[in-house]
Ligand binder design. Sequence first.
Ligand SMILES: [Zn+2]
Length: 467
Amino acid sequence: MTKIGLEIHCQLTHLKSKLFCSCKANYREFEINENICPVCMGLPGSLPRLNQEAVKKATIIAMALNCSTPEKIAFFRKNYFYPDLPKNFQITQLNIYGDTSVGGSGSIMVGDKKIRITRIQLEEDPGRLIYEGSSSKNQITLVDYNRAGTPLVEIVTEPDFESPKQVREFLNILSDLLENLGVSDPSLEGAMRADANVSIEGGNKVEVKNIGSFHDLEKAAHFEITRQNSLHSRDIEIVQETRHWDDKRKITVSSRSKEEDLDYRYFLEGDIPWVTMNDGIVDELKSEMPESINSKKERYISKYTIPVQVSEVLSSDKYYSDLFEQSHNESNAKEIANIITTDLMGLVDTREKRDKSKMTSKHLSDLADSIQSGKISRNSSKNALHEIVKTGKELSQIISELDLGNVSDESELAGIISEVISAEPQAVEQAKSNPQTINYLVGKVMQKTKGKADPTKTLDLLKKQLT
Ligand SMILES: [Zn+2]
């Protein structure tokens, strides 16, 4: 049986400052090595100060993953030398004096499978290495410390995954959950990284490090299982080792470093006092927790009778569910859910397109109301939505500029129907003897009005004229 365990690092991207200093957490907006200070550079005499918001956000993640929360949390130094780590140690969390990391054991359901969470810890991210030069001879490595000290949450799971597919399902659920909590934006480059432990029946455990995206995590697990199975079938021993994910070649390669926990010489970070998590803080955080994806889904189904599948899609993406929450009322909720999931998702499917979109929640509710009142047909509403996203103009202006309004004048519609009737004598005879074929004539009217007639009204008028 295959066993996979994960260590997932996710950046707390919505925080203002780094974990132990006042430099910006959003390091991406800076020129290289401009977002640094004596604290995150580990200069002598500087002292770290813990970012309380980071502790809160990490605790919220722990609670959402049903983890226990400790009475006190502590920080430790993990000592090692590497160019991206200016202090020569990383401030992180450990559970050597009882449970002192932000989250203890918990679990999350992936379909019918329960995935156990071992712990959740808060730690600082190192800097970023930049490799330049094409061949190994002239390659140089540069270091950008802008990221050093930014807050990172590590989620450690038990080896409960039995397949790469299960890993992917878990990651989808996890990234939706983190986004819904408003703590992390998984679409940002480098926001999610992971290590994986992979073993097959009768083989040793192999640790794959340095996996830079969720997408690659599934691939890395897949590659490793295939590699191990191939060794096993030839009676070659699977060595217990650390391997690195090579994201260019999409393979794992054996790595020479073999640090054990002992090598890191962990000790308590004496510059940061223990934090007491009293019941007041935990209760306060519980009340601040946003509604869960599941509860949103259930509410959409029961309160607005939105179909299960539509509710599922709508609730799992924070961008769409926020839009829905801001725009709907009792009477147009179902219509708005329909517009978002059938038309809008195709128009703003990337972060870039969402940032560019000029659409507001008012546009959405106007559009839904106009469809419901028959001012605009469903068909034409697609064009209107496209224009709204592009220009941000008022819906009424778009309808008149692009001539998208329905043919609402009954005598005008009746005139068009008469024209169709005299042009299609054969179809008229057929409709008289077989009422089901009347749809052909409705279609002709829709064609003539470029889809701007209300189909129900058209059918009514047609029936009247045919009798
Ligand atoms: Zn700093």
